[in-house]
Design a protein around this ligand. Sequence first.
Ligand code: SF4
Length: 70
Amino acid sequence: MTDPGLCGRCAHARIVASRRGSRFWLCGLSRVDPRFARYPALPVLRCVGHVAGAPATGEGKGDIHSEAEQ
Ligand code: SF4
């Protein structure tokens, strides 16, 4: 898996999986702030939205498969 940089230790990040087994880093801030890409180019080296914390895995939060393939 690609080094995610800051996303790997950001509370806004979420790891989502596609049906084919690929995994993506999703930025939760993208839902409320257009400055942030839904799937940021990795590794993210600088980010004004970064909040130290553990990324979520996405499990139990709805259909992660369709979300990763939009
Ligand atoms: S706020 Fe920045 S560091 Fe955090 S998940 Fe989004 S792009 Fe990554």
